[in-house]
Design a protein around this ligand. Structure first.
Ligand code: AMP
Length: 182
């Protein structure tokens, strides 16, 4: 299977080609069509098998397709929750790479770092937010993040998130989003 067979749009295909990827990995081949079809998905695959692109590419495509529907400014419509700051930063780098030929913007927020610069980035308006659970709830408490427009949520490394006892935070975050989230 090729990335073209997955019906990804041109700006994404261009970024994929620039990343040097020839073909989708198995987890991408299985996951991308389901996410594009707005299904809820649980994916399990070994480290280094391309799981990040398996969710990042279809999310970018869904957001790109709907980009011009409402012209009332940027609303954050995708949320990626990560158990660690290192993983959150990596995910954001992936989104930046794949969204290079779109107007979509992502940003990352995490604990253990000054909150002020993160506030400034969020205020500018972003389409995709990548966050660790505690910092996300803190920013929400300060009324700096509106989660009511989130359409897609990803719990990356959900097993690690459970091991790290983030379950209560994750439930809180989910409750702050609408009922119809993918
Ligand atoms: P991940 O499992 O998401 O951490 O990805 C592991 C590595 O595989 C990263 O360096 C990605 O850039 C790379 N990668 C992701 N998808 C592909 C692909 N289809 N072909 C080749 N490399 C890929």
């Amino acid at each position: 299977m090729s990335f073209k067979d997955l019906k990804l749009n041109k700006p994404l295909l261009r970024a994929i080609a620039e990343s040097g990827y020839d073909n989708p990995t198995l987890v991408q081949e299985k996951t991308i069509p389901l996410v594009l079809d707005k299904k809820d998905v649980i994916a399990s695959a070994q480290t280094g098998t391309g799981k990040t692109a398996a969710f990042a590419l279809p999310i970018l495509q869904l957001l790109y397709d709907k980009q011009n529907e409402g012209k009332s400014g940027k609303k954050t419509r995708a949320l990626i929750v990560s158990p660690t700051r290192e993983l959150a930063i990596q995910i954001n780098e992936n989104f930046n790479r794949y969204s290079k030929y779109t107007n979509l913007k992502s940003a990352v927020v995490f604990g253990g770092a000054s909150i002020e610069p993160q506030k400034e980035i969020i205020k500018k308006g972003i389409d995709i937010l990548i966050a660790t659970p505690g910092r996300l709830l803190e920013l929400h408490k300060q009324d700096l993040i509106n989660l009511s427009f989130i359409e897609t949520i990803v719990l990356d490394e959900a097993d690690v998130m459970l091991d790290m006892c983030f379950i209560d935070d994750v439930i809180k975050i989910e409750l702050l989003c609408t009922d119809q989230i993918q």
